[in-house]
Design a protein around this ligand. Structure first.
Ligand SMILES: [Zn+2]
Length: 352
């Protein structure tokens, strides 16, 4: 159980942010593909034979995962569940090694959750749900229409990429001191990842700042949002009635303290101490790493990165993969100090 048990309370926070981002990124990635009608979906027979072949050799297939899907408790073999998670969490257009790194991270997180189920009682002891605002995003791919909507003309290629990423990393788990790792991830770090300590207030030995170069071509690398000062004042005053917001909106946010990776750890909003995370949630910003300026009578907020910034950056993983890195090198970079172990060596299988 070790110190990780103390982190159960973090789970909600860990998962609240990353899947949301990925979904947004995914939507943008798949724009233009969703309207295309595909005729090259695999047949039912071909799909089931693939699953059968996979199950015969798979460590993943020996683990059953309970998940609340649309409010109903379902059980999946881990390999099948990972296919649905990967389809929902990372664009299938990403390079194979990035997809494989994503599967290793997701598998580790799922096993972590099975070891330490959420303590908030939201899904009655079931370790996972399909609510991207709470656990992992998941796509039910049993309906060919869903696949077609997601991948359009690339349906066959992308489904095979996703299945291959799961199959080729079968049983690979990130562990820390023998426990599955809480392998958080996010879309875009902005150049350096954040530490769990800075973002969630509790240190995790392998969720620390690391460099994450090569993300600049992500749509969400930076984004500027404009607010009319009066509209913004109304939002801020409702949330922080004690804040004194004078005439010059450029001065509303002061005494900004940042983490080494750039996130606003604390600031004074009209005399009220706030965090960047609080303002991110309140204003719907991409990240808690942002600047605040007055331009042409508008408050201009420019964010860097997309997501909580902790753990693996998906666009960083993509950049590493395009640069020739293997999935093992990618996860070793983003989760320093973790080992890559086999599922059969973890307590999940040992207990069965
Ligand atoms: Zn949940």
């Amino acid at each position: 159980m070790k110190k990780t048990v103390l982190l159960v309370g973090l789970l909600w926070l860990v998962t609240v942010l990353s899947p949301i981002l990925l979904q947004k990124g995914e939507t943008r990635n798949f724009e233009g593909e969703t309207s295309l009608v595909s005729e090259n979906l695999e047949t039912d027979g071909a799909e089931s034979s693939t699953v059968t072949a996979l199950a015969e050799v798979s460590q993943d297939a020996t683990v059953s995962v309970d998940v609340m899907v649309s409010g109903k408790k379902l059980s999946f073999p881990l390999d099948e569940y990972l296919v649905g998670v990967l389809a929902a969490e990372m664009p299938a257009s990403f390079p194979e090694e990035a997809l494989k790194a994503q599967v290793i991270a997701a598998r580790s997180f799922i096993l972590y959750r099975m070891t330490y189920p959420p303590s908030d009682g939201v899904h009655d002891g079931v370790p996972l749900c399909d609510d991207p605002g709470h656990c992992k995003a998941y796509r039910d791919l049993s309906d060919p229409d869903t696949i077609e909507t997601l991948f359009g003309l690339n349906s066959e290629t992308y489904m095979e990429k996703i299945r291959a990423a799961v199959r080729e990393t079968d049983g690979l788990v990130l562990t820390y001191q023998g426990d599955p790792a809480m392998a958080a991830f996010h879309a875009v770090s902005g150049g350096m990842t954040e530490s769990a300590e800075d973002v969630w207030g509790s240190a995790v030995p392998y969720l620390v700042e690391v460099e994450s170069p090569g993300e600049e071509d992500a749509v969400q690398f930076t984004e500027t949002v404009l607010f009319d000062p009066e509209d913004l004042r109304a939002i801020l005053t409702e949330a922080y009635p004690e804040a004194v917001l004078d005439e010059d909106p450029a001065l509303w946010l002061a005494d900004v303290e940042r983490s080494p990776a750039g996130m606003i750890k604390s600031a004074s909003l009209g005399g009220v101490v706030v965090t960047g995370m609080e303002l991110r949630m309140l204003l719907g910003l991409n990240s808690a790493d942002f600047t605040w300026e007055l331009q042409d009578g508008q408050v201009e907020i420019t964010t860097t990165g997309y997501g909580h910034g902790v753990g693996m950056s998906q666009y960083g993983a993509r950049a590493m993969a395009l640069d020739g890195a293997t999935c093992e090198e990618i996860v070793s970079h983003y989760y320093p100090g973790c080992e890559i172990d086999l599922l059969e060596n973890t307590a999940i299988l040992a207990e069965d």
